[in-house]
Design a protein around this ligand. Structure first.
Ligand SMILES: O=C(O)CCC(=O)C(=O)O
Ligand SMILES: [Fe+2]
Length: 366
């Protein structure tokens, strides 16, 4: 990417600190009791309570013994490196464009500042159905498929194998999260079993001559339900600690995955769990690779706090919204610098005072 163009420069208050804060990191959870075929009830209960604590306190956790074979992950990591090692003209042959949001690109903006990275996105469900536009009155849908490059030839198969394994893990995690909210294990399954809009991103962060000014990914929250991230040994991910807003470095642990709850789980849980801000630092010496799997529901999913988790004492904090429209609106702002803030779930937040008054009136009447 050469010199640091001004479009990459973060506002002073969002620039990264180069020193790493020594702190207790995000919790690590050993999933082996859940991956084993005959786990004890006590072990499962313990796991559920670890997941509950991690989701409440951090919104993030790291899992080990997760059941995804290490060779499946390594095959994709090495194919991804081969892909990004090619000259730009080669990568641009599978560039995302007006007609297809999946493929290669290097001009993503997060909060209107350009990210120091290049990515290759591919979708899980082929074809993936999505609203054709972000306009709320346009009901047309579009069908998207993947654009696989000729080189390296193994990228497609490595990607498809990886998805199969990580998707299984995502369902197990959803079950744990569901039980941690005192819901049946399969409560979330119908949102994903048909027409899911999940996708995988291969991230490449090249060495950056100004790691004090730019970020690999600017501060953001993931918009979907759940993210399962594989990071390499270089490190760079930072999570905003809920207790004090400090940015905490996520130390790479070999063969682990980093899990975070996204905005949709925040809304479903009516703020019991929070989708937490994170960002990626870059460095001047080493390139870094990471692979997030974004678990997203069908585009027609109407996202709202779950009825089981709300009542008159804890009324729904959000108005419902359409996932597909939210997603395409967010994507639009990620690819060009806009003058407006991109769409966020707090735009759907109900005014609390009004809620309280309504529930007070209801209580008086009843
Ligand atoms: O590369 C990473 O560690 C995280 C990337 C990320 O947060 C994202 O792509 O949403
Ligand atoms: Fe993210």
């Amino acid at each position: 990417m050469g010199e640091v163009d001004p479009s990459f420069i973060q506002e002073p208050e969002h620039r990264p600190k180069l020193a790493v804060i020594k702190a207790e990191g995000i919790p690590q959870i050993d999933l082996s009791p859940f991956i084993n075929s005959s786990p004890s009830a006590v072990a499962i209960d313990d796991l559920i309570s670890q997941v509950r604590d991690a989701c409440k306190n951090w919104g993030f956790f790291q899992v080990i013994n997760h059941g995804v074979p290490v060779d499946v992950r390594e095959k994709l990591q090495s194919a991804a490196k081969k892909f990004f090692d090619q000259p730009l003209e080669e990568k641009k042959k599978v560039k995302r464009g007006e007609g297809n949001p999946f493929g290669y690109y290097d001009t993503e903006h997060t909060k209107n500042v350009r990210d120091w990275k290049e990515v290759f996105d591919f979708t899980v469900e082929v074809p993936t159905l999505m609203p054709a536009s972000y306009e709320s009155d346009d009901e047309q849908t579009a069908e998207y498929s993947n654009q696989w490059p000729d080189h390296p030839p193994e990228l497609r198969e490595a990607s498809e194998e990886y998805v199969k394994e990580v998707e299984k893990l995502s369902y197990r995690l959803l079950e744990l999260i569901s039980m941690s909210l005192n819901l049946p294990a399969n409560r979330f399954e119908p949102f994903f079993s048909k027409d899911q809009t999940s996708f995988v991103r291969l991230n490449h962060y090249p060495p950056c001559p100004a790691p004090d000014l730019a970020l690999g990914v600017g501060r953001h929250k993931d918009a979907g339900a759940l993210t399962i991230l594989a990071q390499d040994e270089v490190g760079g991910l930072e999570v905003k600690r809920k207790t004090d807003g400090e940015w905490i470095f996520v130390k790479p642990t070999p063969n682990s995955f980093i899990i975070n709850v996204g905005d949709i789980i925040q809304v479903w849980s009516n703020d019991m769990y929070e989708s937490v801000e994170h960002r990626v630092k870059v460095n001047s010496g080493r390139e870094r690779f990471s692979i997030p799997f974004f678990l997203n529901p069908a585009h027609y999913t109407v996202v709202a706090p779950l009825a089981e988790l709300t009542d008159e004492r804890n009324p729904a904090k959000y108005k419902s919204y359409n996932w597909g429209k939210f997603f395409v609106t967010r994507k639009r702002s990620n690819f060009k610098k806009l003058d407006v803030e991109n769409i966020q779930i707090y735009h759907f937040k109900k005014p609390e005072l009004e809620d309280n008054i309504v529930s007070l009136i209801e209580n008086v009447v009843v």
